[in-house]
Design a protein around this ligand. Structure first.
Ligand SMILES: Cc1cc2nc3c(=O)[nH]c(=O)nc-3n(C[C@H](O)[C@H](O)[C@H](O)COP(=O)(O)OP(=O)(O)OC[C@H]3O[C@@H](n4cnc5c(N)ncnc54)[C@H](O)[C@@H]3O)c2cc1C
Ligand code: SF4
Length: 329
């Protein structure tokens, strides 16, 4: 592992200044939440910081506060605290369920919400140091290589899938992200935070240099809201989604007034399904309609040589999750 200086800021502004100063001096700075992903990448020489900015020393950045009927969540909240928070569980169930499916109890105890959203891709070529687009090279090895876990939507020139479980839930809840940086603070809708490789193949989100994801804000929950996160794994536990679905239904008795459906594990960003959402709005959700929603979910999907199985799996997951939520007593 490369040596680096560990810096412990007391405020977000200090954290931004430390990162800025390091860059002015020609040094590489990395932002660390729990460090559960970052330190692994440093050990493997995928990231080579001179300065590590440790956000854990900033007090209060791990809190959940009720605000204007909604919720403000600090980016440094651990996944464990997020998944077990009573108000998040009752009002924003999809987010609590997503957080509690992440990795292992040990990782959830140190891993933070912001770190989960900002984690780098887990494509094996990237993580094993192949000189691909994400590692500063000029090609994607997954196109002709082992692409069994890669994208069926939005791929090219990189075919990663976004690895975060909390990201689809936050997009489905139409969260806003609070970003702090050298020019102050800005709020960005969760859906606009993530970047397709065709926009920029080297990064997964809009964070500029020295910007930090400080927290997320959730609007008040609709009184008839039901939400859930379903995740398919390739083994019993402790791993990223092969496919996942974050579903939010705002119900009026048994009629769905509004739906939001966002897939994980299928695209380089959380993949929203606006046509499926429109199909469900204003309807009683029957098994037939849920089946149609599943069919519509895969329109436009493009399989690679080894991931065709994701199409029927996506279809079934959308159908199953929508129907289970709509018919829940
Ligand atoms: C065995 C294993 C299984 C896993 N399974 C899953 C899974 O099922 N689902 C899933 O979603 N994830 C999974 N992960 C990833 C895991 O969730 C992440 O390691 C963890 O959430 C990262 O949180 P952290 O706070 O430790 O981030 P860190 O390791 O500190 O940071 C991760 C990345 O985010 C950046 N970053 C951190 N905080 C901020 C911030 N506030 N602003 C801007 N950038 C920031 C860092 O620079 C770094 O690039 C798995 C990881 C492992 C090792
Ligand atoms: S999918 Fe992306 S990360 Fe994987 S090899 Fe291709 S360019 Fe690299």
């Amino acid at each position: 592992m490369k040596t680096f200086a560990n810096k412990n800021p007391r405020t977000l502004d200090q954290a931004v200044s430390i990162a800025q100063q390091a860059r002015k001096e020609g040094q590489a700075a990395s932002i660390a939440g729990g460090g559960s992903d970052l330190l692994g990448m440093v050990k493997e020489f995928i990231v080579k910081p001179d300065v590590l900015v440790n956000l854990k020393t900033i007090k209060g950045l791990d809190q959940v506060e009720q605000a204007a009927g909604g919720m403000k969540i600090g980016g440094l909240i651990t996944l464990n605290a997020l998944g077990s928070h009573p108000l998040i569980r009752s009002q924003y169930t999809v987010l609590a369920e997503a957080a509690e499916t992440v990795a292992t109890p040990q990782i959830r105890n140190v891993g933070t919400l912001a770190g989960n959203v900002c984690q780098r891709p887990w494509c094996w070529y990237f993580r094993n140091g192949f000189p691909c687009l994400k590692n500063g090279g000029d090609q994607c090895f997954s196109i002709v290589g082992d692409n069994r876990f890669h994208a069926i939507f939005g791929g090219g020139p990189s075919y990663i899938v976004h690895p975060s479980d909390t990201a689809p839930a936050l997009v489905a809840l139409e969260a806003k992200f609070r970003i702090t940086g050298p020019s102050g603070e800005r709020m960005v809708p969760a859906a606009d935070f993530f970047v397709l490789p065709q926009q920029d193949a080297t990064k997964e989100n809009i964070l500029a240099e020295d910007e930090i994801l400080a927290g997320v804000q959730l609007a008040p929950a609709h009184p008839g809201r039901r939400s859930a996160y379903s995740k398919v794994l390739d083994r019993e536990a402790w791993t990223h989604a092969v496919i996942s679905a974050a579903v939010v239904l705002d119900m009026d008795k048994d009629v769905c007034q509004r739906a939001r459906i966002v897939l994980g594990g299928v695209a380089p960003i959380p993949w929203r399904l606006p046509k499926v959402e429109a199909m469900l709005a204003g309807q009683r959700i029957t098994p037939e309609l849920a089946a149609k929603a599943g069919e519509e979910a895969i329109v436009g999907a493009q399989k690679l040589s080894r991931n065709a199985y994701k199409l029927p799996m996506t279809k079934a997951l959308v159908k199953r999750t929508v129907l289970a939520l709509a018919t829940r007593a």
